[in-house]
Design a binder for this molecule. Structure first.
Ligand SMILES: [Zn+2]
Ligand SMILES: [Zn+2]
Length: 438
């Protein structure tokens, strides 16, 4: 099991009554009472008796789901604590129904040595509400030149390796890193991007970028690097994870490689699954991300891949940015959107009522699939298992505003939007870490 770190909070005693419990791991989808004693689920059933002194939460009409796991969070720690710190990012995660998050290594300094990784563990133990796992960098300073001490970083507790934020530009370096995976039993998460094709692009290259006169990022900037990374992973029989896949062509490479036995997993983000480059007509800099929002045909292909399992999981790529990095002309704005607090509501509303995705499949892609990839215990609603769940009211509407977000930054692609579906409470590692209105 991979290691994660958080504050030591008091264990929860609670009876959640009458929620629709959906746990795809055990094929459960029924109205149940769930009793938690000292942080452990002790009963799941009809009309569970309330032990003396245990708080009862009436959850009629709500969903009780295995807690979500985010494989792709930018915590900005160390280096940009003005944008986010482990307290704020873990509160945002808890408010979004997450019970574990995994921090990317493109910080300042980068997580490229064991001492940096270990200092983050201590910080998470002091500040984080929900368990935090840590990626380590593949190359020193994310420079694609010199490998980090991968064995030492794995021993120190790195869940995997990633230079995310930057591509691994050098094939030889990527190959060497994959050879080292054999002694570390970890995976490499790749931000697929060919810099020479990306150029100075700021949005998807297509009809909309042409209309706006903005420099485009072609789909091949991503799909070429996806194909190349898959080739090297196949050759070295190494475990590869593809971050934020955004194009239909990448999915074709992925599906083919998977069929031929390459050990590859992949994620898609809430924004790529629900928004398209048409939205960029507004020139709202919160819609500027990398990879960029793509056309409807790519979005549709992503949704189908998520449904079929070609895409394994949903990851937020939560990327906080200070106001001054976003309140500039679109061309100059930083890439990225925050996403932890809106992920479930956004995808649920876009896909479940219209039946593009069933609720159990959505839950699996947000909770158990990413947990498996990370190598932590899969959240599940079963007796004798740690309480790792969230309660969501699918009828509740709320507006995304700077004040409603717990992240230090409000650069949300959904800023101002009214969303349907609100996380009412989150229990992570047996601790009550979020309660709406509390
Ligand atoms: Zn990335
Ligand atoms: Zn990222």
């Amino acid at each position: 099991m991979q290691r994660v770190w958080c504050r030591d909070l008091p264990a929860t005693d609670m009876l959640v009554r009458g929620a629709r419990v959906v746990d795809p791991l055990i094929g459960l989808d029924a109205v149940r009472d769930v009793l938690v004693r000292k942080g452990v689920v002790t009963a799941v059933g009809d009309a569970v008796e309330t032990p003396k002194g245990v708080r009862v939460v009436d959850a009629a009409g709500c969903l009780l789901l295995p807690g979500f796991v985010d494989l792709h969070t930018h915590t900005r720690v160390p280096g940009r604590e003005d944008e986010e710190d482990l307290a704020s990012v873990s509160r945002a995660a808890a408010a979004g129904g997450y019970v574990a998050i995994f921090a990317m290594a493109n910080t300042d300094p980068a997580v490229d040595t064991a001492p940096v990784l270990e200092s983050l563990q201590r910080k998470a133990q002091a500040e984080a509400l929900v368990p935090v796992g840590l990626f380590a960098a593949v190359t020193r300073g994310l420079q694609s030149a010199e490998l980090t001490e991968m064995w030492e970083l794995a021993e120190a507790g790195a869940v995997g390796f990633s230079d995310d934020g930057r591509p691994l530009a050098n094939c030889h370096i990527l190959r060497r890193a994959m050879q080292y995976l054999k002694v570390t039993d970890r995976f490499i998460a790749v931000h697929a991007q060919d810099d020479s094709l990306m150029g100075a692009g700021v949005m998807h290259e297509g009809a909309v970028s042409a209309r706006l006169g903005l420099a485009g990022i072609p789909t091949i900037s991503e799909s070429i690097d996806v194909a190349r990374s898959l080739e090297i992973a196949a050759y070295e029989d190494a475990r590869l994870h593809l971050c934020h896949v955004s194009t239909a062509r990448s999915l074709e490479h992925l599906a083919l490689a998977r069929q031929s036995g390459v050990r590859v997993t992949a994620e898609a983000t809430p924004h790529h699954l629900t928004l398209t480059d048409e939205a960029v007509e507004s020139l709202d800099s919160n819609l500027k991300m990398n990879p960029p929002l793509r056309p409807e045909s790519d979005r549709k292909a992503l949704v189908e891949a998520l449904r079929s399992g070609v895409i394994d999981c949903i990851a937020t790529d939560h990327a906080p940015h200070a106001q001054q990095e976003k309140e500039v002309p679109f061309e100059e704005a930083a890439f990225g959107t925050v996403g932890l607090e809106t992920a479930f509501a956004v995808i649920y509303a876009a896909m479940v009522p219209g039946k593009q995705l069933t609720l159990p499949v959505l839950v699996e892609r947000m909770s158990q699939a990413p947990a498996r990839i990370a190598g932590i215990a899969e959240p599940t609603i079963q007796s004798k298992r740690p309480a790792d769940f969230c309660v969501v009211d699918p009828r509740a509407t709320w507006q995304v505003t700077a004040a409603s977000l717990h992240s230090k930054c409000a650069n949300s692609a959904w800023l101002g939007a009214t969303l349907k579906g609100r996380v009412k409470l989150t229990v992570a590692a047996g601790r009550l870490v979020w309660e709406d209105g509390a």
